[in-house]
Design a protein around this ligand. Sequence first.
Ligand SMILES: [Zn+2]
Length: 276
Amino acid sequence: MVGEETTRVSDHVWAIMGFPNIAIVVGARATLVVDTGLGPKNGATAAKVAQKLAPTNRLYLTTTHFHPEHAGGEPGFPPQTLLIRDAEQQREMGVHGQEMMDFFRNMSARNNDLLANVELRPPDISFEKEAMVDLGGGVRARLLWLGGAHTNGDELTLVEPDRTLISGDVVQNKVVPNVRGDACTPATWLAVLDRVAELKPVRILPDHSAPGDASLIAAEAELIREIEARGLALKRQGMSIEEASKQVTAELKTEHPDWANTDTSRIMPSVYGETK
Ligand SMILES: [Zn+2]
């Protein structure tokens, strides 16, 4: 559940740490919330926390991708909230939104409860590649679609002047990449990371792991290359996707005993060149 405690990430960025981490960017006139939590009840908590940080600010909302723990809490936000997201994310929600919603509902009775009767509205503003959101007082959020990595519609937010990057699933910290989008492969993910590196962020807030510095970008790329190389070697030996995934998962677990999860089953099919 989304809590009410915030962690300060940089001068204008706060986070509610949880599943997912929800970023709150506060300017002089407006506040941008990035991600909602699972379902309207959690969305309402995130909105309340954002309003507490800056009670008179206008509220904006954006989402890192369409998955329900990131976007499914939107109806819990006040109705006058301005919703912005990239067009690819919205298209992907149109194609896979219902299926993902059902997948999450079926996980547990609590999820089913949180997502009961959720109807999501289209954004007030959508953009193809970039939208600059002026929050007042010199605080700007650059919303960016750089291509597909975790999902086709992955959105990243660079907060200026902090140079804090809200990275969604695209850059994580000690987390194995999870390839879900129809058009996503290790190669598309690596291409996105090249563009992320050009942004030269100082601080990175991922959605499912701890904040870190810009070194997370190179670490993410290295991890993807490593999994890809190992997977392809096992493919050449004639191993099945399932076996290769089990083996690489176990190897990563041995190398990184402190990681919560080293499951490679969501990236191995794309390493093998399986299309969805
Ligand atoms: Zn996701």
